[in-house]
Design a protein around this ligand. Structure first.
Ligand code: HEC
Length: 171
């Protein structure tokens, strides 16, 4: 009987230890009894994949694919269609983020001025010549003393805001 118990213990121990064949000195070494949640179930990005003809999981996107948000970010001209609601949204964003410096009418006389350097008048000759893209980039990245707003304003709202800037410019 005693012999049988020690045999069972030996068998059980050898089964467990057989799953620990990896080098215990390797970084990330761990003992796994139940592997279910350790190995990922979906295909890994750079692994082989029998489902596709070329045998890899990472497929090249079809030609003309635009990454999410890419169209509104990379556009040269305002990709948003002008509507009353769009303009209202632009005005809302302007009041929240731009008015403090640029002022109610865009003349550069917001409540923060003159504690903050005077921004230029939106109606000045130079600013009237700015393209949509240039205004988009200034809003996103800032310029001189003006901070960038990429973190606060979604790309789509930046384009809507430009309609309102144009309105203040009298266009
Ligand atoms: C903290 C104050 C401040 C805020 C907020 C601010 N601006 Fe400005 N803005 C400035 C200053 C100062 C300049 C002048 C920058 C320079 O030329 O050095 C400027 C310049 C500009 C210009 C002209 C860029 C050029 O090419 O000369 C535009 C357009 C503009 N801002 C739009 C906006 C819009 C739209 C917002 C709202 C998202 C905004 N700004 C928020 C201070 C601000």
């Amino acid at each position: 009987m005693k012999n049988l118990v020690s045999l069972i213990v030996l068998v059980v121990l050898s089964v467990f230890s057989s799953s620990c064949e990896k080098n215990t000195k390797e970084p990330g070494y761990q003992i796994n009894f139940l592997n279910d949640m350790v190995e990922p179930v979906p295909y890994e990005y750079y692994t082989e994949n029998a489902t596709f003809k070329n045998g890899v999981t990472a497929q090249t996107p079809p030609e003309g694919t635009i990454y999410r948000g890419g169209l509104v970010k990379g556009a040269e001209q305002n990709p948003v269609d002008y509507t009353k609601q769009v303009l209202q949204r632009g005005q809302f964003v302007y009041k929240n983020y731009c008015l403090v410096c640029h002022g109610k009418t865009g003349e550069g006389d917001g409540p923060l001025i003159p504690k903050f350097p005077n921004p230029p008048d939106f109606k000045s000759k130079r600013l009237l010549k700015l393209t949509d893209r240039e205004i988009f980039d200034v809003i996103s990245e800032g310029k001189g003393d003006m901070p960038g707003h990429a973190g606060q304003i979604e790309p789509i709202d930046r384009w809507k805001l430009i309609f309102y800037v144009r309105e203040l410019q009298g266009e």
